[in-house]
Design a binder for this molecule. Structure first.
Ligand code: FAD
Length: 406
């Protein structure tokens, strides 16, 4: 492998492909205010009227995702009585409250991704749990630590200030609340801000459109056993082939009359190998099992040599191979360039898989040796994503850069 790699040539190919895609005209996202504020509307929970709150609590935590829930749980364990979580969402869960699109699931193993499993005596039912289970776990944390009593949902924190006089934080919200607290914690995440590309004409598009993080089941049908039945006579376009698209596209392909996938840049897709777990799963027998599993996973992705690989999945394999590549991959390579050569080797393996699974090689596989292919991963999905495989359907189409440019 090492002998065959011409890194300069590969870098040039990546740079050339990147230059085709990085187009300032497609670089912007819409300002979701005024009419476009409809994209941010919460389709999951009705916003209820309530009187403004004016009181004092021990702690205010902004954000009810896993970050905020973990802090709030620790504060409760430390003995604080009144811990108030404030969130724009209608419930706990953070991104798992917002993201309910078909197929949504975690990519990091549930047994290390879902927090506080031992405290709640819960074992996820799948290795990579689906969104409803993850959201339910967030709600369970809220109940377990009595966080619902003081929580304020559908509420944005707009201002916070430390009052020297009162020795308290003063927190204000868009619902007119004024709360004072001894402790103030901000856990607002980074992936809850939805982005809509500023494609010319998108504001005046006459069809129905929504962001995957505000999935409109009222329009599509579902999410129950009948699936997205209301799309059966619809022509659907999806923009992007990131990790979300990887999860949602197979469902749309099954349900819609016609599906167009608009792809700017394909991304890597590994094998997820999901499977059921649950109380019978034997990784949770010893007390402290979750912390140990998290520690082992973190060590591996940080490059620490470990005797065992407890999670033993696409992530740990990827990091092991990148950080400690096998000699036949990097033999004779300058130590400074080994990481890059190992990365290229991994990417080649991923590209090889596309050709293994694609049933329409002429159309979807541009060859294993290409540095970046234009139409490779749409059906497999994307992000650093992990997929289930292809679900061929004659009516699906991928629309790559060339067609978009027309
Ligand atoms: C679809 C999806 C899948 C993912 N899968 C994985 C995975 O498999 N593994 C992984 O490690 N990570 C994954 N992530 C990343 C995920 O963001 C983190 O794992 C984690 O859930 C973030 O938690 P958080 O509490 O930091 O933030 P969030 O979950 O984003 O929660 C922040 C909360 O703050 C609220 N908020 C923001 N501003 C304000 C304000 N001013 N006032 C009140 N509330 C406010 C938001 O409404 C939101 O509910 C995924 C993300 C998405 C979107």
């Amino acid at each position: 492998m090492a002998d065959e790699v011409n890194l300069e040539e590969v870098r040039l190919r990546y740079a050339t492909e990147r230059a085709k895609r990085v187009d300032p005209r497609r670089d912007h996202t819409l300002d979701l205010t005024d009419d476009l504020a409809r994209y941010r509307r919460d389709p999951h929970t009705e916003v209820l009227k309530r009187e403004p709150v004016d009181d004092r609590v021990d702690a205010v935590v902004v954000g009810g995702g896993f970050g905020g829930l973990l802090v709030a749980a620790q504060l409760r364990k430390a003995g604080l009585e009144a811990v108030r979580v404030i969130d724009q969402a209608g419930d706990f869960g953070g991104v798992w409250y917002w993201n309910r699109y078909p197929g949504a699931q975690c990519d990091i193993e549930s047994h290390i991704y879902l927090p506080l499993l031992e405290e709640l005596d819960y074992v996820p039912t799948e290795r990579y749990a689906h969104a409803p289970e993850i959201h339910a776990h967030a709600q369970a944390i809220g109940r377990h630590f009595d966080l619902y009593e003081h929580a304020l949902f559908h509420t944005s924190v707009t201002r916070s200030a430390w009052s020297e006089v009162d020795q308290q934080w003063i927190v204000e919200t868009d619902r007119g609340d004024r709360v004072s607290a001894t402790f103030f914690v901000v856990a607002i995440g980074s992936l809850d801000k939805l982005k809509v590309p500023a494609i010319p004409g998108v504001e005046t598009f006459a069809g129905h459109s929504f962001h995957t993080s505000r999935w409109d089941y009222e329009y599509t049908g579902g999410p129950g056993a009948r699936g997205l039945g209301a799309l059966a006579d619809k022509r659907v376009g999806i923009i992007g082939t990131g990790a979300t698209a990887l999860q949602v596209i197979p469902h749309l392909a099954q349900a819609a009359k016609e599906l167009f996938v608009f792809q700017r840049t394909p991304s890597t897709v590994g094998i997820r190998a999901n499977r059921p777990t649950g109380p019978e799963w034997d990784g949770h027998r010893e007390p402290g099992w979750q912390r140990e599993r998290m520690r082992n996973f973190t060590e591996i992705i940080m490059g620490v040599e470990t005797e065992v690989d407890l999670v033993d999945d696409g992530w740990t394999h990827l990091y092991r191979e990148l950080i400690h590549p096998s000699p036949d991959v990097v033999e004779g390579v300058d130590p400074d360039r080994r990481g890059e050569v190992a990365d290229l080797h991994m990417m080649d393996k991923i590209r090889d898989r596309i050709c293994e699974v694609s049933r329409d090689r002429g159309r979807f596989c541009l060859g294993t040796s290409c540095a970046v292919s234009l139409t490779t991963s749409w059906a497999l999905g994307a992000g650093v994503g992990f997929g289930h495989g292809l679900q061929p359907r004659a009516r699906r189409r991928a629309v790559g850069d060339r067609e978009l440019a027309r």
